[in-house]
Design a protein around this ligand. Sequence first.
Ligand SMILES: Nc1ncnc2c1ncn2[C@@H]1O[C@H](COP(=O)(O)OP(=O)(O)OP(=O)(O)O)[C@@H](O)[C@H]1O
Ligand SMILES: [Mg+2]
Length: 251
Amino acid sequence: MTVRLLDEARIPPRYRRCEIESFVTYPNEKLLGAVRLAKRFAEEFPSIGKGLCLIGPPGIGKTHLAVAVLRRVILTRGARGLFYDTRDLLRVIRSTYNPTVKTAEMDVLRPVMEADLLVLDDLGSEKTSEWVEETMNLIVNTRYNERRHTIFTSNYDDTPDDSDPDSLKARIGFRIHSRLHEMCEFLEFDGADFRHLPPNGGVDDLLAMWKMKPNRRTLPARTTSKPVRAQLKAPTPGKADLGWTGGKAGS
Ligand SMILES: Nc1ncnc2c1ncn2[C@@H]1O[C@H](COP(=O)(O)OP(=O)(O)OP(=O)(O)O)[C@@H](O)[C@H]1O
Ligand SMILES: [Mg+2]
């Protein structure tokens, strides 16, 4: 049964062996704090109030931790878990687009909205558009209303500066951003990029690499040159918050 649940969780092969126990730590307070909370989430699931939002630069283990928690709750609680890279999910939904029949879209969306635990990886990496925002709103809002747990990961800092086009809020839109804060514990951390660790490297190397980072909170280059639409849009009074009609994909 749990083997089937693990198979159905769509965990990418690279991460199929991720465990909280195999997550290497070093003296890095925020990273240790994130691991501690991830562990607690896995232990207390499903009677834990909030999901998790893991934020930080590339290679520090956000996806690793998220998958480790997902695997743990599937294995110990028999939870229906699901992993999706955000861009992948939108691509799959888009590929099912049919102007007259919505069933194919719902076939993809239903498990995403109904999973006991959903990992939505790399939030904010998707190119924004009205369709993207509506689709993401539908997913996040449905899970929010149903009090289902979600773990998000993102490279985009949750800076309070609204005018920063690389802030999480600008990347994902103010509506999802607001729900995210109610749904999740935010774990922002920095660390060494594990992908640059030499084959025989260890804890000392990780610590040294982290300390040598020129700017300990660097973000990836922007993926859009246009202003982010979500940031510019004000809520329309009287409009249903999430009137997703399965509008034209990619519009
Ligand atoms: N602390 C760690 N202990 C063991 N393995 C780690 C650790 N951190 C990262 N890794 C491994 O390094 C690789 C990169 O980590 P991961 O993909 O989780 O990074 P990320 O923070 O999600 O990066 P990105 O922002 O680019 O998605 C993975 O193979 C992961 O298993
Ligand atoms: Mg990742």
